[in-house]
Ligand binder design. Structure first.
Ligand SMILES: *Cc1c(COP(=O)(O)O)cnc(C)c1O
Length: 811
């Protein structure tokens, strides 16, 4: 772990692993050599951790997630191993700069946004809290697309993140499992005369595991992320090959490997549905087979002890086929009785719900499902029969309730309701913020709550303070260490100690200095990626997240246009200067979200090039927002925009990253904003907008957007500017769909919240003009952000749901 030992290890890897002469070495070669040297340093911890939880009677969490948005690994691993200084020195000895080498790492974009990033934060916390755990997911060959902006429009490029290899993973070709698909089922009598079912698949492929170490901060625990990659089954391909059909063999290989080829974007309509179901089943069956193999072969335990050894968490419904798959494995492969298999299944699974949006609740058309997974459909019917009997016994004669709760939806064509399957098959169901969990019980899962109130709970999301503070905000880290000590890295509530400094003028000066430096860093990045120059003394007003109508990026644009309009109408007017910064991807098939990106860029182009307004406002759309750029964005923000329609954002985690880094929030009472405001104190939060029940009332009364326009001449002018093509060189068509939606069919009520939002923004500006007041509020936000550490969230999961306890790893 010394600098000299690291230098030697990097030099060795340059020679033995990279194998290039010194004269041609590039920063990328140094990155790979250092990454391998760092991985070597985790190896003994990794093996010791795995061995310990195998040998001892510890319970292990398996976190099943279709997405893990891990972000770059090098900096984080150096931090968690506590060898940043040594690595810097080692590279300096080799004539290299650590920051430049870290910047070379490509983003492993195996997630869409919040849900995938949450899974990654949770792995970090489980390792840091010394809880034995495995993350299970898919090793997509192409992650989330790369976003480019051309003439203001989003253009998608494939993300070939593996093209230069991935030094963090270790492939385990010997750890592979078969995955069946399609075909039909048959019944037969086994040797004991028992009636059994056999699945005769149409196709078989195999999953190969790639393991990545997950090093905890300052501890020996090094957990595992196992990602599955799809391969053709050799014997299958060979058969065709031997019969001379070479091309059929190759075809088979191509089809099989398609399964883990690409991550699907959120919010995509129908297209590619069958493959998505196959992806879900693929990673779920490989993971469950792996768990059962470890359980019986390695740990030598009886299957009845499964719930004592494993807690399996379903991150949203994507892995919920696991409920039927575990039943299949126990009953068909291990000859267990139904009742025993079912009680094991329910005791093992927990389910985290992530959305209330009805269109985002997963269902599979029965035809697709039955064709792909015929045995699972039979099992689901049986689960459903027994479950509905239970409902009938509790609520006799309530047939409407029965059809609402059934695992099989009858509305439109028949379909399998995955959220119902996950709820019935789990002993614990949780939402991801207090408000969200309450709404779950009152709306989408109301009937289930009435049946099993004891199943339902809440675990408010959190984010890791290692990556999102220590690693990405080194200036603030230094200041915090000096002020409250470095205990906050593993106990974020220690930041409370900052409160007493909020009134200290010299401390506030240092606080501002840190933020200023972060803003310069972001401004440089913005300049290099967009050509736009930002002044780091301006307020940085930021909304970064996936582009979606419910998140209401367009509401922020309406405010920008209102300021533009004021400045144009009164040339002498002065407003506190602001940079409005957006970032985020739109699903390639989400028409309106792509128009909203165009709108941001169109308004940006107009504002940025007009000397009447660009002296006090600029608009930036930062392309390809991802974890790497997130490291620069959150620490540089003064104002965090969390302006979703109340009741629509389950939690949000971006809101927490901003708060930890000292941004003030302007937001609605939605998701975790509610708790952020509670913690920060209402006087340190800019609240506006309808509450969730007001939103529902407006909707049931019949929302009439025109009424808000009629009563608000300023809003009318703003919409008029868009309609007449002021931002689109006179073109009145390009942004018409956005206007039409706002004015005629907007389920997210943007215009209903416009006045409250714009008035609240005026209060923000007033607060900003009083620099001391702003700093005071900013310090208090960071000081009171302790609750939003993923360490707190993971401790709650472990205590309340998983019953997984700390295990100190000895080397
Ligand atoms: C945190 C994060 C998100 C989630 O942001 P929300 O504001 O909670 O939607 C999305 N993408 C990236 C890259 C993130 O780091």
């Amino acid at each position: 772990m010394t600098a000299e030992a690291l230098r030697q290890a990097v030099a060795d890897h340059l020679l033995y692993s990279i194998a290039r002469p010194a004269a041609v070495l590039t920063p990328e070669h140094y990155y790979r050599a250092l990454a391998l040297a760092v991985r070597d340093r985790m190896q003994r911890r990794w093996m010791a951790t795995t061995q310990d939880w195998l040998d001892l009677s510890n319970k292990v969490t398996c976190y099943l997630s279709a997405e893990f948005l891990m972000g770059p690994q090098l900096g984080n691993n150096l931090l968690n191993l506590q060898i940043e200084d040594q690595a810097r020195e080692a590279l300096a000895m080799l004539g290299q700069d650590l920051d430049e080498i870290i910047a070379v790492e490509p983003e492993p974009g195996l997630g869409n946004g919040g849900l995938g990033r949450l899974a990654a934060c949770y792995l970090d916390s489980m390792a840091t809290l010394e809880r034995p755990s495995i993350g299970y997911g898919i090793r997509y060959e192409f992650g989330i697309f790369k976003q480019e902006i051309q003439e203001g429009w989003q253009v998608e490029k494939t993300d070939n993140w593996l093209v230069r290899g991935n030094p963090w993973e270790i492939d385990k070709p010997d750890a592979s499992y078969l995955v069946n698909w399609g075909g039909h089922t048959e019944t037969y009598e086994d040797v004991t005369g028992k009636f059994r079912v056999r699945w005769i698949p149409q196709r078989v492929l195999q999953g190969v595991s790639y393991d990545t170490p997950v090093q905890g901060y300052g501890v020996n625990t090094c957990n595992t992320l196992t990602l599955w990659s799809a391969r053709a089954v050799e014997s299958f391909a060979l058969e065709a090959f031997n019969t001379g059909d070479f091309y059929k063999a190759v075809d088979e290989e191509v089809i099989s490997e398609t399964v883990s080829k690409v991550l699907y974007p959120n919010d995509e309509p129908e297209a590619g549905k069958r493959l998505r179901l196959l992806q879900q089943y693929f990673f779920v069956t490989c993971s469950l087979q792996d768990i059962l193999r470890i359980h019986t072969d390695r740990a030598n335990l009886p299957l009845s002890a499964l719930p004592q050894k494993w807690a399996i968490q379903l991150n949203d419904t994507h892995p919920s086929i696991a409920v039927a798959e575990l039943m299949r494995l126990l009953i068909d492969d291990h000859q267990m009785s139904w009742d025993e298999a079912w009680s094991i299944t329910v005791a093992t699974f927990g389910y985290t719900n992530h959305t209330l949006l009805p269109e985002a609740l997963e269902t599979w058309p029965l035809s697709i499902f039955g064709e792909a997974l015929p045995r699972h459909l039979e099992l689901i019917y049986e689960i459903n029969n027994r479950f509905l009997d239970e409902v009938r016994a509790r609520f006799p004669g309530d047939e409407e309730r029965i059809s609402r709760m059934s695992l099989i939806g009858e509305d439109g064509g028949k379909s399998v309701r995955m959220a119902h399957l996950a709820t019935v098959g789990s002993h614990a169901v949780n939402g991801v913020a207090a408000l969200h969990s309450e709404l779950l019980k009152a709306s989408v899962l109301k009937d289930f709550y009435e049946l099993w109130p004891e199943k339902f709970g809440n675990v408010t999301n959190g984010v890791t303070p290692r990556r999102f503070l220590a690693l990405s905000n080194p200036g603030l880290r230094q200041l915090l260490d000096e002020t409250v000590g470095d205990g906050w890295l593993t106990d974020l509530t220690r930041l409370r100690g900052l409160e007493s400094y909020a009134d200290d003028a010299s401390f506030r000066e240092r606080w501002r200095e840190v933020k200023r430096a972060n803003k310069s860093r972001l401004a440089e990045f913005v300049h290099s990626s967009t050509g736009i120059e930002l002044d780091p003394t301006w307020m940085f007003d930021v909304q970064v997240k996936r582009i979606h109508e419910y998140k209401r990026q367009h509401l922020m644009v309406l405010h920008i246009i209102s300021l533009y309009n004021k400045l144009k109408n009164s040339p002498g007017l002065s407003i506190p200067p602001r940079a409005f910064i957006f970032g985020g991807k739109a699903a390639p098939g989400y028409f309106m979200a792509k128009r909203i990106i165009k709108m941001i860029n169109a308004v940006g182009e107009t504002v940025n090039s007009d000397p009447d307004v660009n002296r006090c406002m600029k608009v930036v759309f930062l392309p390809n927002f991802n974890v790497k750029s997130a490291h620069l964005v959150y620490p540089a923000a003064n104002l965090s925009e969390q302006i979703s329609t109340a009741g629509k954002e389950a939690s949000g985690t971006g809101n927490m990253k901003f708060m930890i880094n000292g941004a003030l929030t302007i937001g609605t009472l939605d998701g975790a904003n509610v708790e952020i405001r509670e913690e920060a104190g209402p006087e340190n939060f800019f609240l506006f907008g309808l509450t969730e029940d007001q939103v529902e009332r407006v909707k049931s009364d019949g929302y009439r957007p025109a009424a808000f326009v009629e009563n608000d001449p300023e809003l009318a002018e703003v919409l008029q500017l868009i309609a007449e093509g002021r931002f689109t060189h006179g073109d009145t068509e390009i942004l018409r769909p956005v206007l039409d939606s706002l004015l005629h069919h907007d389920p997210f009520l943007a215009l209903a919240d416009y006045r409250a939002y714009v008035d609240c923004q005026a209060k923000v500006s007033a607060a900003w003009e009083d620099g001391d007041r702003w700093s005071h509020m900013s310090i208090l936000n960071t000081a009171r952000s302790g609750k939003f550490s993923s360490d707190r969230a993971i401790a709650e999961y472990c205590d309340d749901i998983w019953k997984v306890w700390p295990m100190e790893v000895d080397l």
